[in-house]
Design a binder for this molecule. Structure first.
Ligand SMILES: Cc1cc2nc3c(=O)[nH]c(=O)nc-3n(C[C@H](O)[C@H](O)[C@H](O)COP(=O)(O)O)c2cc1C
Length: 184
């Protein structure tokens, strides 16, 4: 009976360790396999998924937990097309703005990446853009209605991509670990 108990406990331990491994691997997937989508296809981003994506932004870490950001979620296709003429129907743009030009930029970048990764974890394509930042802060300032004193850092574009894109071949190559990491 005692032997059976030991075997049972060992079995449960092995099972829970396997489960933990699988979960942690799943967690690593969007971090290691993301890519900046370029071929978006028409199709909606569901409100439920959008809520999760902004939640990921709200949940991002920040220095002293100051959370110095505002997210402007643009679902209006008309405004999306004005800001990004190459956008296709269903694309959503999330403009990230911060109230300063110092450490706020670092924090805003973290929130931006969290939403970029969350979108891909949910099966969408996403891409970060800072290229049109001046237009966001000038031409589109009124349309965006950013909080007073906030400036846009850039935006995350989210939308549908064709199923079956191989993330590894879609992504650009990266420097090798050896080239950028040192251990002391
Ligand atoms: C801070 C930041 C700004 C970016 N700005 C632009 C941009 O203005 N236009 C653009 O097409 N892609 C932009 N990208 C996407 C990058 O070009 C892309 O993430 C990088 O080339 C790696 O691509 P991959 O993930 O597909 O390998 C930006 C990415 C980051 C992180």
């Amino acid at each position: 009976m005692k032997k059976q108990c030991v075997i049972y406990v060992l079995f449960l331990t092995a099972l829970s360790s396997l489960a933990a491994q699988a979960t942690s691997n799943l967690g690593m997937k969007p971090i290691l396999e993301h890519y900046a989508a370029s071929n978006f296809i028409a199709g909606a981003v569901s409100k439920g998924d959008l809520d999760l994506i902004v939640k990921a932004g709200v949940r991002a870490p920040s220095a002293s937990n100051r959370q110095p950001w505002h997210f402007t979620v643009i679902q209006s296709y008309d405004l999306v097309k004005q800001i990004m003429p190459s956008a296709v129907e269903g694309n959503v743009l999330i403009v990230v703005s911060v109230p300063g030009t110092g450490w706020e930029i670092f924090d805003g970048g973290l929130a931006t990446e969290s939403m970029y990764l969350a979108a891909q974890a949910l099966g969408y394509g996403s891409r970060i853009y800072t290229g049109g930042r001046d237009a966001l802060n000038n031409r589109f300032k009124a349309a965006l209605g950013l909080p007073s004193g906030y400036s846009a850092l850039g935006l995350v574009r989210i939308g549908r991509v064709a199923a079956g894109i191989d993330a590894i071949s879609a992504a650009s190559s990266r420097k090798s670990v050896d080239a950028v990491v040192s251990y002391k």
